[in-house]
Design a protein around this ligand. Structure first.
Ligand code: C5P
Length: 334
């Protein structure tokens, strides 16, 4: 083969390689380029600055830098229930039973035994290490998400934790599309995707019986209101919020304010305990002082603040303090 011909073939092969590579890169990022931008930009900066107990730039659990946080944070209490930590102290059991007092509660340990025959008994997420940088988005239901365009940023986290009725369909641009964990209780339950973990907050023994029933026979249809008798959820991805942790959140973090913590605040503390970096969306009022849900038009509903059982203002102030101390990052929306 002549020299000019060989050069032509080589140039052609090189061109082909470049075209194939750029086509691959382009089609990959086109699905949602901003997701990849946010993800990799933040990963890059995180690993560049990494030092302390996790591989993020700043880790939630760096205790020595803040006495207020260190006084409240107790890493030894696991947020999720296992057979082993399900044995409650008398004091915890009494407090927990008082939340939504049941007239004739079933035998607690018997129900727990039955529960772990239906769902996995695993210690989850207690794997903090200097190599781990687990980023989490806690997505509350505030109307301040409307028009925020946080969707891509939310979707770029490792864990995306939503709660109660939280819809995504129709609100993708503002709230994102992915949900790795959905926190609920029987009266706020909804069907989930097969890949989403269901985190149940139990307020009474009947709630544990309800999740067993909702995943199997569907016999429980009523608690203090009608509830879903069956739920679409992956049994292998169901986890239970620990009553001991619930009491710890109420006493250590809310110092007894309100009757008990809101779903949002309980979820925030769950994230602080299982994540290395926590971004918070959809908490608090919108720019006009309205406390409605992002999927509701009625800005006068005051959906969250005036429930009567939670101290919305106190919770919000603690949340702001956590942000001031760089333990979480707040995205206040519109
Ligand atoms: O109303 P719901 O309890 O379903 O909302 C989930 C959580 O989102 C609340 O528990 C609260 O922490 C947060 N939220 C809020 N401001 C709102 C609505 C909800 O902070 N306007």
């Amino acid at each position: 083969m002549s020299k000019p011909n060989r050069r032509k073939i080589r140039t052609f092969a090189l061109l082909l390689c470049i075209i194939t590579f750029t086509t691959f890169l382009f089609s990959y990022t086109l699905r949602d380029p901003s997701v990849y931008f946010f993800k990799y930009a933040s990963r890059l900066s995180d690993s560049f600055f990494a030092k302390g107990p996790c591989a993020c730039r700043q880790c939630v659990t760096e205790l020595e830098d803040d006495p207020w946080f260190a006084e409240r944070f107790n890493q030894s209490i696991h947020p999720l229930m296992t057979r082993e930590n399900s044995v409650l102290s008398d004091e915890t059991f009494k407090w927990w039973q008082w939340l939504q007092s049941e007239r004739h509660p079933a035998n607690f340990s018997g129900v727990v035994e039955e529960l772990f025959r239906v769902i996995p008994d695993e210690v989850l997420y207690m794997d903090a290490s200097p190599e781990r940088c687990r980023t989490c988005a806690v997505v509350g239901n505030s109307g301040n998400l409307m028009g925020s365009k946080y969707g891509s940023l939310i979707d770029s986290s490792d864990f995306i934790i939503r709660m109660n009725q939280a819809p995504t369909a129709g609100f993708e641009e503002d709230v994102g599309t992915r949900t790795t964990h959905h926190v609920m209780y029987p009266e706020s339950a909804k069907d989930l995707d097969i890949n989403t973990s269901l985190v149940l907050i139990p307020f009474k023994t009947l709630d544990l019986q309800w999740i067993i029933s909702a995943l199997t026979t569907g016999t429980i249809k009523h608690t203090y209101v009608p509830v879903m008798s069956q739920i679409k959820a992956n049994k292998d991805k169901v986890m239970i919020y620990s009553p001991t942790f619930f009491k710890y959140v109420y006493e250590s973090w809310l110092e007894g304010h309100g009757r008990y913590p809101s779903t949002g605040f309980l979820t925030l503390l769950l994230a602080i305990h299982i994540c290395d970096k926590v971004n918070v969306f959809g908490f608090g009022a919108d720019q006009y002082g309205n406390w409605h849900h992002y999927w509701e038009d009625n800005t006068l509903s005051g959906a969250f603040r005036h429930t009567g059982v939670h101290d919305g203002d106190y919770e919000y102030n603690v949340t702001l303090l956590l942000a001031d101390k760089h333990k979480i990052q707040m995205f206040k929306g519109r």
